[in-house]
Design a protein around this ligand. Sequence first.
Ligand SMILES: [Zn+2]
Length: 250
Amino acid sequence: MVAEQLRATGGVWLSFDGTNIWLDPGPGALVKALSSRPRLNPKTLDGVLLSHRHIDHCNDINVVIEAMTDGGFKKRGVVFAPADALGEDAVIFRYVREYVQEVQILTEKGRYELGSLKFEVPVRHHHPHETYGFNFYWRGHKISWVIDTKFFPELLKFYDGEVLVLHCVRYQAGDKPWIQHLNLNDVRTFLEALSPRLTILTHFGRTMLTAKPWVLAEALSQEFGLAVRAASDGWKLQLQEVFPEESEAA
Ligand SMILES: [Zn+2]
């Protein structure tokens, strides 16, 4: 999917009460940020968060770190990454790591803090290479972000946030069991078990795109009586829309 650029692969810019962190800056991340309106300025980043070393998640991480640190002239920011993104055949160059204030290694059950942002890494995913998802905490609310993984039942226990983000790569279930990604049937399992306040589907593969993710999301909303939305390129979600009780303090 990277080469075809059917969807932007720049990852996600997260902003929690003044703390900015870039999750998985994949191919084209920097160009996308600089051309977005309003423009996302990497110099305002507080950190970069990498879930795993697959190229669609990390391709631009070195240039984003360079931009965050003004080409290495300003030592600032924190990089969070799994150990296997930093060891042999590292995807984050050693000299670039010198530019940041700190590199923190993600480990299963780890808890992390960056400015006003708190997050945890509940479990190692079933996916090639060391891969983690995240539970972000915002004003007492939990936002669960299930990065690439094959489904396994413990996911339901760990990712029970009020907002649930699922990387739903595949449309069909069971036809290619060796592919370690969630499919639409797995999404149903999550919805049935957890009834999140909002579920966001993203990171679609070809079969999902062909099936029109926004149509599938609407059908799931109807089927479960829950809010299910398909993310699209450049899409922006204000958490206050999901938690209107928080909008006054924003
Ligand atoms: Zn992956």
